[in-house]
Structure formats: C-alpha cells, structure tokens
Design a protein around this ligand. Structure first.
Ligand code: MEV
Length: 427
C-alpha cells in the first residue's frame, strides 16, 4: 500500500487505522502530512525496539522516539557502588548526578522505604447514612480482603495482597461521598493493574453495603504508603567551603517559602527521578503526580528535599517522596532496554529501585542548588547546549565540537553565530 505523499488528503478520519501494520499507518500519515522519503525512512527505523513489541505496547504505532541514556557514575548507595542509567533529553542532568555523587562518595547515600503499599479508591455517592455506612464497610474488612486477594493469587504467592481498609467521608460540592481505600502490598509490581482490578471487583459489594452508588474505582497516585527516602552528607571541604554550603541551605529555604521557586526546585529533582524511571520502563507520570501531590500535602506546595547543617558544620541533604515503581509489569518487563537498564542497576526488588531513584533525586537537587548558589546554571549548561546549537546549525562529525568550542569562547551560543562559524570552518 502506498498513498500519495503530497499532503492533499487531510482527513483525520482514517477508517481501520488501528488495524493496519505500523508501516501502512506510516504511509497514511506521510500522505496526510506530506512527509518526504527521508522523513518516512527515519520514522520507519524503530531502533532497538522490535516493531512487533512497539506495536503491542500502545495503539496506532508508527515509530519510536529515541532518548539518550547516560550513566551516572560515582554513586555509592547504602554502601554499594551503583551505575545508574538515566534516559533524558536534557543536557547537564547526568553530569549533575555524577558531580553530587563524587562530592559525597565517602559517606555515600543512605536510603530506606516505608513499604510497597498502594492505595485504590472506590467512590460511593448518594449514601443516605454515610457515618453508619462507613462503619458497615469497616465491619466487612474480612469480606473485602477475601474479594481483593482472590483477584491476584500470583501477588499473594510473592507475599503481597490486601493489607488494610480505610473509609473516608468527603465533604464535596456534590454532597457527602464515601471513599473506600483498599491498601494493598504490591511488592515488586508498580501495582496499578492489581489494585484497579481489586477496586472493580469489590465495588458492587461496596455499593450494596453502603446503600449508595459507586462511580470511580481507581488507584491513587498519591502513593504515600510507598515512600522512598534518601540522605547524604557533604562536608564543607568537599563542596568548596561554608559559603557554598550556606548558599545551598538558603536556596532550600527559598523553595520551602515560595511555591514559585519550589516548582522549579522540584522540577530539578524530577529531572533525575524521571530519567531513571523512564530508563527502567516505569510510569514517569505516575511518579511525577505522586511527587507533586506529596509536595503539597501540608496545604502549600513546598520542597521535596531538606537541607540542614549538622553539629560538625557539614551539609545534610534528605529527600522523601512517593515512588511507585516496579520490576515485573508493563514496559519494565517487556522493553529490552528497560531490562538491560535494570541489570546495570543490579536491582532485584522494586524497593531497591525506589531507593536508588530517591538518591538520584537528592543528588540532582544538590548539584542544581550548588550551581545556582555559585556560578549559576548556565556555565554548566553551555558546553552541551553549544553542541546542540552547532548541530542545529548543520554541523556534522568533528565540526560539532569545533563549532561548539568557538561558541563558548565567544560567549555567544546562538544559531546565527554557529552558522557563521560553520561557514568559516568549511571555507
Ligand atoms: C533545570 O532543568 C532544573 C533547574 O532549574 C532546577 C532548579 O532550579 O533547582 C536548574
């Protein structure tokens, strides 16, 4: 099948698109968008993700998006040296973690978790007697446990399953709502499928026992029963003196006091966290939603990290956030790159993965604050940014470094300058 590629057919109503092969879909898209042969050939190259796999991961697949994976070095986590794969499109992110690890290598990072419990919510409305209904549901704890555990015998086999029940009465614009929380240990699974299945299975009984109508049955991404924690100590000598240390603490105070700053501060943390989450095939959006909701748990959005000065004058950094990551479901299991990244990390439990991810988040934040409180962020960014600009200007091969060097020397990392340098080089 080959459609005309002149962009003349601009209808998005493409009958049976989902039933086509990726190559056929790409042909149709090329016709819609007027893609040329080079663009089609580029998109058709699926890299190291087999087409069949990609086609079964999501719907309507036509291509893959490659993002570089860099390795963060210098990290010692709970006494063990770790190499951490990070998938990110942003320059300086990997280097920041390497730098933070080098400066805290002697003591390394110490980590822990609160557990591997996920929460599923079942929403019941129009409950005539919410307070009494709440107790009726709590009295059914054993029945609810039995229904939930029957959903996933495999989870039970690996030591997981239903753990607890909470029933909350929410005062909403639509009246009182009875919200049941199923608290489930999902062990090495991220657990979304497991808890969603349980919530759906138990919902008819909740409607019956509460006397209300059930609508939503879905996990909460505010996984505050699945917190990961990491801390590290940086000596003043290792980080360049008391002035640098105080600048970092002040940057932290700024983020604690101001949501405008906290959003950027936490974005930097997520630069590190999302990169490891993505490299391991985990759900970046689930982790991001949980992190930001947790940052606002006290009613005002604040920092996910804390910095203090200990009795010896050292800088103590710490982080705590929900980290719902797994090893045995979805892309983590089937994506060959995710599998290789997990092997590089040497993790055999979701708990260990979460601990490493938390340490990376702290490392990322330390380096960002250090740069911001001293030389500024641009100096570190410029080297790689200059290379990107050189490539945008058309530099290839050895030209990229040569153009980038001159951009940095001239302190003008701009595409017009890069084009002029490139023209000069080629003359
Ligand atoms: C940039 O991606 C991240 C930073 O803005 C984080 C921060 O400001 O703390 C540098």
């Amino acid at each position: 099948m080959s459609a005309r590629r002149d962009g003349a057919n601009r209808s998005s109503r493409i009958a049976g698109f989902h039933r086509r092969s990726p190559a056929e879909r790409l042909d149709l898209v090329a016709a819609f968008a007027g893609l040329d042969d080079a663009e089609v050939a580029h998109l058709a190259d699926m890299g190291n993700l087999p087409v069949v796999l990609a086609d079964h991961m999501i719907e309507n697949v036509v291509a893959t998006m490659n993002v570089p994976i860099g390795i963060a070095t210098n990290l010692k986590i709970d006494g063990e040296d770790v190499l951490v794969p990070m998938a990110t499109e942003e320059s300086s992110v990997v280097a920041a973690v390497c730098n933070a690890g080098r400066q805290s290598y002697d003591g390394g990072f110490t980590t822990s978790v609160s557990g591997t419990l996920m929460i599923a919510q079942v929403q019941a409305v129009d409950v005539p007697d919410p307070h009494a209904a709440r107790l009726r549901l709590l009295e059914r704890r054993d029945d609810i446990k039995a229904i939930c555990d029957a959903c996933d015998p495999l989870l039970l086999k690996i030591g997981g399953g239903f753990r607890d029940l909470e029933v909350r009465i929410l005062d909403t614009a639509g009246g009182a709502m009875l919200v049941t929380h199923l608290i489930v240990d999902t062990r090495d699974a991220m657990g979304a499928n497991a808890v969603n299945t349980m919530a759906e299975a138990v919902a008819p009984r909740i409607a019956e026992w509460s006397g209300g109508r059930v609508f939503l049955r879905i996990l909460s991404n505010l996984a505050d029963r699945r917190l990961a924690r990491a801390r590290a100590v940086w000596t003043t000598d290792a980080i360049g003196g008391a002035g640098v240390r105080d600048g970092i603490v002040s940057a932290y105070h700024f983020a604690e006091a101001d949501p405008y700053r906290a959003a950027t501060h936490n974005k930097g943390i997520m630069n590190g966290i999302s990169a490891v989450v993505l490299a391991t095939g985990n759900d970046t959006r689930a982790v991001e939603a949980g992190a930001h909701a947790y940052a606002a748990r006290n009613g005002r959005y604040a920092s996910l990290t804390h910095y203090e000065i200990d009795a010896g004058g050292n800088l103590c950094g710490s982080i705590e956030l929900p980290l719902a990551v797994g090893l045995i479901g979805g892309a983590t299991k089937i994506h060959p790159t995710a599998q290789a990244c997990l092997k590089i990390l040497g993790v055999s439990t979701a708990e260990r993965l979460a601990r490493i991810v938390a340490a990376v988040g702290l490392a990322q934040n330390f380096s960002a604050l250090k740069a911001l409180a001293t030389t500024g962020i641009q100096a570190g960014h410029m080297g790689l940014h200059a290379q990107n600009v050189a490539m945008m200007a058309g530099a290839i091969g050895e030209e990229i470094d040569a153009v980038a060097r001159r951009l940095v020397e001239q302190k003008a990392v701009r595409i017009d300058v890069a084009q002029a340098i490139l023209a000069d080089l080629r003359r």
